[in-house]
Design a protein around this ligand. Structure first.
Ligand code: HEC
Ligand code: HEC
Ligand code: HEC
Ligand code: HEC
Ligand code: HEC
Ligand code: HEC
Length: 443
């Protein structure tokens, strides 16, 4: 058996072991990271198209301007969906009963036609509908959220650090095994390897730096450093955009509409109260007024050039008062945008906690052009959660909790005693209610 333990044999084994370990670990890591890429390529493509074209009116889970679409493939055939999405007006005109029924159900709100999307692209969107998996429920404040895996997330960092640690340990073990095997080989055969030609210095170096192991380790260290750097870059580079105020495709002014005309924010951002997103309104909302409001006085009898842009996008002909087939959505430039790993829910704050829009967005009603007023950084969220008092007294949502707390007012040992200030008033911060837990805000 001693025969097998030649030096080159040892090297090959060490190399094979290291390689197998690496492959195993890489496999482990990638399968952990690949979880959110569970959809097929067409469905992923479809998701992108859906997000770019449809989310102004549709949510997969919730009814918005249009229906929730998560089960739509179960109520409609692929063929129907293709026709509807590309030109719902034509489908309705063809007398399709389902198309007419859903149109009436949604108060004849017109969905844009998407003939600019190819049949394949619409096919991808349909594939997305089919493969869509709803995220774990997060809206229910009582439920514990299951974190979703995205690349820029804490787990990734831990996996990377863990991999580095494991590889270092593997390298150490390999070196030790090699050395002890070598010395037992020498003991048993009585042959001292490399007694000799080599200078003591380079022999010592060689003992430390086995070229194969060296190559593997350099490769691994470089790869892992890049990945770690990429992670930090992704994490720290996203997001801080306070003051960001891009010019929009139509010179829509909040100062005119929300300020001078005093239109309620929720008239346009109607979903803010009951869904995660506040959502920018579709042009149909604008048309409620701008079919009539053309400001011809201001432009010597002509229609305002900015309002013409609305008509052009809706393919609306002001003279005949008819809509054509070529409506396309306006691409408003998104201003507020948290990174994907953070979760924010409007209804929870607006309806649940009664925080006004202006607390977070500033005096929007005075802005000609919307700008990002707050930093939207984590510390901003956390600070408010530590300080703000949840008004449990005047909020029906907290009726039961409030009653319980009040009943325990004089009981110093009660779990509710922490909710009383020194002068006997009730103060509950979101922090006391669990709003500092990482998983509440991070997927
Ligand atoms: C301007 C708002 C708007 C946009 C943008 C929009 N939709 Fe719609 N969609 C609606 C409305 C409203 C309805 C309900 C029917 C109606 O009133 O025409 C609807 C209905 C549907 C239906 C039928 C649902 C059912 O239950 O039968 C499908 C499917 C659909 N939309 C897919 C899409 C897709 C895909 C996109 C993006 C490519 C999109 N919609 C973009 C407003 C919109
Ligand atoms: C008449 C419709 C209308 C009303 C009323 C309205 N908005 Fe808007 N809002 C829009 C449109 C359209 C946009 C997208 C264009 C833009 O950014 O100016 C928008 C954009 C925004 C944005 C930026 C969205 C982003 O991209 O991050 C915020 C924040 C906002 N509105 C808050 C408010 C608040 C707060 C009020 C009430 C004081 C309000 N809006 C009233 C139509 C409206
Ligand atoms: C409730 C009615 C109402 C709604 C809804 C509404 N507007 Fe207006 N809008 C007005 C009125 C009234 C004016 C004229 C104000 C004035 O006298 O200058 C106006 C003015 C404008 C102007 C300035 C035009 C110019 O040349 O001076 C633009 C652009 C505009 N609106 C875009 C929009 C867009 C985009 C939407 C949808 C997001 C929208 N409006 C929704 C009532 C409305
Ligand atoms: C507690 C703070 C807070 C309050 C209150 C708040 N928002 Fe927001 N809003 C945000 C944050 C944070 C974002 C970015 C969300 C994201 O990127 O996921 C945002 C995004 C938006 C957007 C962009 C579209 C979207 O949904 O992401 C609009 C429009 C908007 N808010 C309007 C409103 C209106 C209108 C109100 C009041 C009814 C309101 N917000 C109240 C913090 C707030
Ligand atoms: C101006 C104050 C304020 C800001 C800013 C704010 N929040 Fe909140 N948040 C609250 C209040 C108040 C509640 C308590 C709501 C309730 O329980 O009714 C809350 C609750 C929450 C909850 C629910 C916690 C639970 O216990 O279920 C989450 C999640 C949350 N906020 C996320 C965020 C994120 C993410 C940001 C930053 C992007 C943010 N919030 C910024 C005031 C704020
Ligand atoms: C109230 C909501 C909230 C809570 C609770 C919260 N975070 Fe965050 N976190 C955020 C938001 C929002 C961002 C995005 C900030 C940005 O884009 O600058 C963020 C960003 C981060 C980042 C990226 C680095 C950065 O600053 O941009 C890390 C890492 C992080 N959070 C870790 C944690 C950990 C760990 C916890 C628990 C101890 C935690 N977070 C709790 C809201 C929260």
């Amino acid at each position: 058996m001693v025969k097998h333990l030649t030096k080159s044999n040892l090297k090959v084994r060490a190399f094979a072991f290291a390689l197998a370990t690496l492959i195993n670990l890489t496999f482990l890591a990638t399968s952990a990271l690949a979880q959110d890429a569970g959809m097929s390529a067409p469905a992923q493509e479809g998701e992108k198209l859906f997000k770019a074209n449809c989310t102004s009116c549709h949510d997969m889970q919730n009814k918005m301007t249009g229906p929730a679409l998560k089960d739509v493939h179960t109520r409609r055939s692929d063929e129907w969906l293709l026709k509807w999405i590309r030109n719902n007006e034509k489908l309705r005109a063809s007398g399709d009963k389902d198309a007419i029924a859903i149109f009436n159900e949604y108060n004849k709100v017109v969905m844009n036609n998407f003939e600019s999307l190819s049949e394949d692209q619409v096919g991808n969107i349909i594939a997305y509908f089919k493969e869509y998996v709803p995220p774990a429920p997060k809206v229910d404040p009582g439920a514990t959220a299951t974190p979703e895996v995205s690349f820029y997330s804490e787990p990734t960092l831990y996996i990377l650090l863990f991999l580095i640690a494991v590889l270092l340990v593997v390298l150490m073990i390999l070196r030790r095994t090699k050395n002890s095997l070598k010395s037992s080989y020498e003991e048993m055969t009585g042959v001292k390897e490399e007694e000799s030609v080599e200078s003591p210095k380079s022999a010592a170096m060689r003992k430390w730096i086995n070229p194969t192991i060296l190559k593997i380790s350099i490769g691994v260290v470089v790869l892992l450093s890049l990945a770690t750097y990429g992670f930090y870059f992704g994490v720290t580079d996203v997001g801080v955009q306070q003051g960001y105020a891009p010019e929009q495709p139509i010179k829509y002014s909040h100062k005119i509409h929300a300020g001078d005309l005093q239109i309620d924010c929720k008239y346009c951002h109607s979903t803010a109260e009951y869904s995660k997103q506040a959502s920018v309104p579709s042009l149909n909302t604008c048309m409620n007024c701008h079919k009539g409001v053309q400001l011809r006085d201001k432009y010597n009898g002509d229609i305002s050039p900015e309002i013409k842009k609305i008509y052009a996008a809706m393919d609306y002909d002001a003279e005949s008062g008819k809509y054509g087939d070529n409506a396309k959505p306006i691409r408003w430039i998104r201003i507020h945008n948290l990174p994907d790993h953070a979760y924010f829910n409007h209804s929870m704050h607006v309806k649940g906690a009664g925080v006004t829009c202006q607390t977070c967005h500033g005096p929007i009603q005075e802005m000609e052009v919307v700008q990002q007023y707050s930093t939207l950084q984590m510390a901003w969220c956390i600070n408010c959660h530590k300080e703000r008092n949840i008004d449990v007294e005047n909020n029906p949502y907290y009726e039961k909790l409030h009653a319980k707390i009040k009943a325990e007012k004089d009981n110093k040992n009660s779990v509710y005693s922490k909710y009383f200030t020194n002068d006997g008033k009730i103060k509950i911060t979101p922090a006391q209610n669990g709003a500092l837990e990482c998983s509440k805000c991070h997927y």
